[in-house]
Design a protein around this ligand. Sequence first.
Ligand SMILES: Nc1nc2c(c(=O)[nH]1)N[C@H]1C(S)=C(S)[C@@H](COP(=O)(O)OP(=O)(O)OC[C@H]3O[C@@H](n4cnc5c(=O)[nH]c(N)nc54)[C@H](O)[C@@H]3O)O[C@H]1N2
Ligand SMILES: Nc1nc2c(c(=O)[nH]1)N[C@H]1C(S)=C(S)[C@@H](COP(=O)(O)OP(=O)(O)OC[C@H]3O[C@@H](n4cnc5c(=O)[nH]c(N)nc54)[C@H](O)[C@@H]3O)O[C@H]1N2
Ligand code: SF4
Ligand SMILES: [Mo]
Length: 790
Amino acid sequence: MRLDGWRSRLARVAQTAFRTCPLCEATCGLELTLDEQGTGVSRVRGDADDVFSHGFLCPKGVALKELHEDPDRLRAPQRRLADGSFEACSWDEAFALVEAGLRDVVSAGGRNAVALYLGNPNAHNLSSLLYAKPLVKALGTRNVFTASTVDQYPKQLASGLMFGTATTVAVPDLDRAQHVMILGADPVSSNGSLMTAPDVRGRLQAVRSRGGRVVVVDPRRSRTAQSVADEHVFIRPGTDALLLMGMVAQLFSEGLVRIGRLERLCAGVDEVRALAAPFTPERVARPTGVPAEVVRRLAHDLAAADRGVVYGRMGTTTQAFGTVASWLVDVLNTLTGNLDRAGGAMFPLPATGGPNSRGEPGRGRGVRFGRWTSRVRGLPEVLGEMPAACLAEEIDTPGDDQVRALITLAGNPAVSTPNAGRLSRALAALDLMVCLDVYVTETSRHADVILPAPSPLERSHYDLALYGFAVRNVANYSPPVLPVPEGTQDEWRTLLRLTAIAAGHGRMDVDRLDDLFALDMLRREAETPGSPVSRRKPEKLLAELAPRRGPERLLDVMLRCGPYGDGFGARPDGLSLAVLESNPHGVDLGPLQPRLPAALRTPSGMIELAPPEIVADVPRLADALDAAREPSAMLLVGRRQLRSNNSWMHNLPLLVRGPARCTMQVHPSDAARLGLVDGGVATVRSRVGSIALPVEVTDGIMPGVVSIPHGWGHAVDGVGWSVAAEHAGANSNVLSDELLLDAVSGNAVLNGIPVEVLAAESGADGGGASRAGRSEGVGVGAGVPAQPAG
Ligand SMILES: Nc1nc2c(c(=O)[nH]1)N[C@H]1C(S)=C(S)[C@@H](COP(=O)(O)OP(=O)(O)OC[C@H]3O[C@@H](n4cnc5c(=O)[nH]c(N)nc54)[C@H](O)[C@@H]3O)O[C@H]1N2
Ligand SMILES: Nc1nc2c(c(=O)[nH]1)N[C@H]1C(S)=C(S)[C@@H](COP(=O)(O)OP(=O)(O)OC[C@H]3O[C@@H](n4cnc5c(=O)[nH]c(N)nc54)[C@H](O)[C@@H]3O)O[C@H]1N2
Ligand code: SF4
Ligand SMILES: [Mo]
């Protein structure tokens, strides 16, 4: 009897696997039920015992099963044939093509002729988090592009200038805050960003149940505004920096500034006071659309709150004043005494440590940028990269150092970056294109070679990047649930092979290269002052790590040398990968703790409240106070949708069923003025392109603003997405203008783009959702010149 019970329990345990969802920043724990053969997954649920997510999951987590099973997902390398179609080939053949192609491009045009683009999924992929860097180094090109410059770099740059490293980003201490002011983020749809917090909605509801307050500032009544906010304030796109300056000015003029514990650590308080003075609530009211009394009250409420926090995301970063707005968010947190205190804006301390926990505490080199400039437009380098908004011109403008080859790692820039029409045409004209991707996408359809990766269930996972932004310190490692199938290989092996090729050692054994790489990491660790292994021999440490290799070995080094680590024996109770392996629901390391001044890495050892690079952009902000607005121009903003993940999960039936979601939202007053009807079709034009898509009339958006989600526009020749092609939608980045940038960071402006909106003639008969999406969006995406806006 007892034995039988034990047996069936064992069988049950053997059929259940726990793993962290790798699809967004929330890091939810999943419970996966394996099918009877153990070759697939029969059910996905939230892991009720997960130390961080406690059973929460969203529809995308459930869709991991469909992603794993998707027949369109690539399972073998592909080479492109002369007629443009793809044919499966062997890995050796694929690498030989890459090697020959790179050799030709580099010998003709030099190292900068090869560009690299890294997309969003790299931030959720242990292989690339650890092995993309050596590839970038080996390529030795300045033309490194990532999705970060269509996303969060303004925040990281502002944080770097204020606190000393680009990953020293203050996150809302959601679970203890009593007042949360959210600008330009919709965490109930996005599940949070630069704020790793599974079940944001639940956590925000908890703020209110304990008597706190949630305020959302957004040109759209977002799901967050609708479902968990006490107050929603409409704001004209691109003007958050003005609103925030108005609040700063109000705090000073009413004597509400209370920095508290960090007062003596702050440089530049008087300068901030002087900078903000002209931006009175009365003056910012007109351009922002936020009445002066509301600006004043928002400042009062924040100052009066016992434990309050201001948080800004996409709507504040991907706009014309991205860096200034991101800076002001933390200026407000600091001036109200909420920086680095419980319930305010705090700095996580992840288990693997990071640049603000290593080395000498309290002081450092600071961040560097602008060390070189882009060839065509002269845009400054930012945190080692070129702005994604200049990728197309680097390819299509002839001259020395012209980009002739592109390697993409988990990115779909043809959909995700500005002036997608121009970029698509540029991609088609490259001499060599190599894509590491799991689908034939709008981007990888141009590739000469596509190198696939295992499905998320076939690889291990640890959120090396995102735990650095988590609202609680946690650590959770997931081993692969299923083996890597025949014909596929681990992505770290692919990255190391490419590294070897780029370094001119194409035949080198990948395992040997991996050993050298691990040894190098140990050597650097042993040389770091204060490291628990500072006097240990790297070769001996390497031997201790056997038989681990690949990402697991490197992760073990980071965990063991990290702030909670076992120090390779120095602190026997500490963390190691083995400890995480025996805790499948994760290890909770507790709530966030104050970390200043130790976490600072500014050269001065101070919190730089008025960094000169940002202050230099304030005159431009002052100009915006009086800027005349073109009355006829509508401003385009984006939006995220729960059952979507940027551009690449529209091929999963579970996520695309129901009415078409790629719609243009418009206010009834604008709809009436422009002759648009709900369900009809609109043509939207910008300086660079034009798309047509279904109209959704709603009073949930400000007059003068239209909203279109990004990541759509899949009805393009040659994509390998059969389901997505049926739910194509239109590509909003055909409209975003590569010349509109945040001046300080070079980040693309994706919110607040001037557009012209017309009722499409064909729309009168209600052309249908996906058809409307196709009509013009396809033409542009497929390489037909974009229509210049009128
Ligand atoms: N207009 C507008 N544009 C935007 C945004 C917006 O709000 N508005 N948001 C921006 C933001 S925040 C971001 S992050 C970017 C995203 O921009 P990108 O990262 O360029 O685009 P994704 O859609 O995330 O594409 C990811 C690609 O990786 C592939 N992939 C998925 N998993 C794996 C894997 O495990 N291995 C490999 N090798 N490939 C994989 C997918 O098939 C897909 O082709 O888009 C930006 N673009
Ligand atoms: N379901 C889902 N989740 C995702 C993703 C996804 O595609 N789908 N993508 C992931 C990625 S890569 C990221 S970066 C995060 C992003 O996460 P969030 O930033 O939370 O997501 P968005 O929905 O883009 O939120 C931007 C909000 O800013 C508003 N907005 C636009 N312009 C302005 C402005 O000028 N001022 C203000 N105050 N608001 C403005 C928009 O209306 C929108 O509500 O989400 C991640 N999570
Ligand atoms: S919220 Fe994010 S991490 Fe959680 S299940 Fe959904 S996609 Fe996965
Ligand atoms: Mo993003």
